[in-house]
Design a protein around this ligand. Structure first.
Ligand code: AMP
Length: 287
């Protein structure tokens, strides 16, 4: 299928036929893996890829392997037509939108696991999630073979895991991190935000504010993570409509929890508004 200059491949063979011509011409491929329901956060990745490469490929695939609950997988928003129009508007060249059977024609027996990085933050509450993420990302990188792949800092643990996987397994790709895109009130853009009720939406920026409170305390000289954390989450935990899943301060590279901060720290949190789970993080650096 082709819309204007945007091609859509629904299986790996079709995608690779299109990419072969590009590789023969030594053009660089920038790759943006997504699960669809695209918004301006994804848009920032696609734009960056557009600026830095000859050809931009976007994958749209809701990966069953990374969902611990089938109800979540079924509830994930899907709107391929709107996503295609969004990508076309940003000048992408190629969309890879496979069916699950194209990526998983047989039972998957090989997995990528980074237990040391998976046991913290979100991974602690979502067993098997990052194994599913790392495995599908490696599969997609092998299919697309891009020069650069773009990942949002919004999903800091995912970014850390993908970076380490690429390094450990010598995957020939450059991983490019992209700054989190936020609403004017600080809420990180997410496909889940549309599911928030107006009262939930009104208090949703409290997560980002808590991250900033901790960062401000570190900048002002607080060394103790315990002290900063207690102050930072006070406003979050006093809000009955918010259920705090975690709020942690850790090493940005190995994600090990820190008890005291020095030059940099990843401050990360996850909260529930009813069934809706939102995550956010802030990379603090001493200036
Ligand atoms: P997803 O479709 O949720 O798997 O996200 C696809 C990519 O978009 C991931 O690399 C995310 O980190 C990135 N992303 C999602 N939301 C944002 C945002 N608000 N700002 C920047 N990148 C984002």
């Amino acid at each position: 299928m082709k819309t204007a200059s945007l091609s859509i491949a629904s299986n790996a063979a079709e995608l690779q036929r299109r990419l072969q011509e590009t590789r023969a011409g030594r053009a660089s491929i920038g790759f943006v893996p997504t699960m669809g329901a695209l918004h301006a956060g994804h848009g920032a990745l696609i734009r960056r890829a557009r600026n830095e490469n000859d050809l931009v490929a976007v994958s749209i695939f809701v990966n069953p392997l990374q969902f611990d609950r089938k109800t979540d997988l079924d509830a994930y928003p899907r709107n391929l037509d709107a996503d295609v129009a969004f990508c076309a508007g940003l000048g992408a060249d190629l969309i890879y939108a496979p069916a699950p059977a194209d990526l998983y024609p047989r039972e998957q027996l090989s997995f990528v696991d980074l237990p040391a990085l998976e046991q913290h933050l979100c991974g602690r509450f979502r067993p098997g999630h990052f194994r599913g993420v790392a495995t599908v990302v490696l599969k997609l990188l092998n299919i697309v073979q891009p020069r650069r792949a773009y990942f949002g800092e919004k999903d800091a643990q995912q970014l850390a895991i993908v970076r380490r996987m690429v390094e450990d397994l010598n995957v020939p790709v450059q991983i490019v991190p992209v700054t989190t895109v936020r609403e004017p009130d600080g809420l990180a853009l997410s496909s889940r935000n549309v599911r928030l009720t107006p009262p939930q939406r009104a208090i949703a920026p409290k997560l980002y504010r808590a991250l900033q409170t901790a960062a401000d305390l570190f900048s002002a000289g607080t060394k103790s993570v315990g002290a900063a954390r207690a102050k930072a989450i006070a406003d979050l935990i006093s809000e009955p409509a918010i259920k705090l899943e975690y709020f942690e301060v850790c090493d940005p590279l190995n994600l090990q929890p820190l008890s005291g901060v020095h030059d940099s720290a990843l401050i990360a949190g996850a909260v529930f508004f009813g069934e809706i789970r939102l995550i956010d993080n802030f990379l603090w650096r001493r200036v």
